[in-house]
Design a protein. Sequence first.
Length: 192
Amino acid sequence: MFLLAAVIVGLFAGLLRAAVLRRTIQPFDVRLTWLVFVAFLPQLVAFVLPTKANFPDVLAPAALIISQAGLLVFAAVNFNKPGFWLLSLGLACNLLVIVLNGGLMPISPATIQGIFPNAPADAFVIGERLGTGKDILLTVEQTRLVFLSDRFLIPYGPGYAVAFSFGDALVAVGIILALWSISVPARSATQA
């Protein structure tokens, strides 16, 4: 949801910029766009679609790592495009903390308490994957590169919150900058 919001904000900002400044919308040439869909497929099957209920826990880390690595390759190939250097850095941060913590994104008990304030203290087990998601519950002491884990909260409706990482924030800003840049000055009549 966090990254979907970034896409919506970026598109809205780019379109608004074009309308207000009388600019044209011109998407830049992005290479290997097919890789985004292929790379997201393992996450889709393992963490989003109803197939997640039957997806083996033992394969979840591989699905997340493969997916993140593919997305990083896509961003790196397009590094010189607007916003893609931030996108690359954010994906690299996420991939690094995921790999160093066994293939899932670490999240602390304190962050879980912020997401589920009414959950009983024993509802989640340290060292276990959270349900069918991409997170693993680890204490701060157990987490390698804790500052890159899912540790920030953003409200998501009354009484709910969503956790995100520093890498997610960089990815979101990169997406917004990339979509902001699709608004380019209109060509003058003499240039046509």
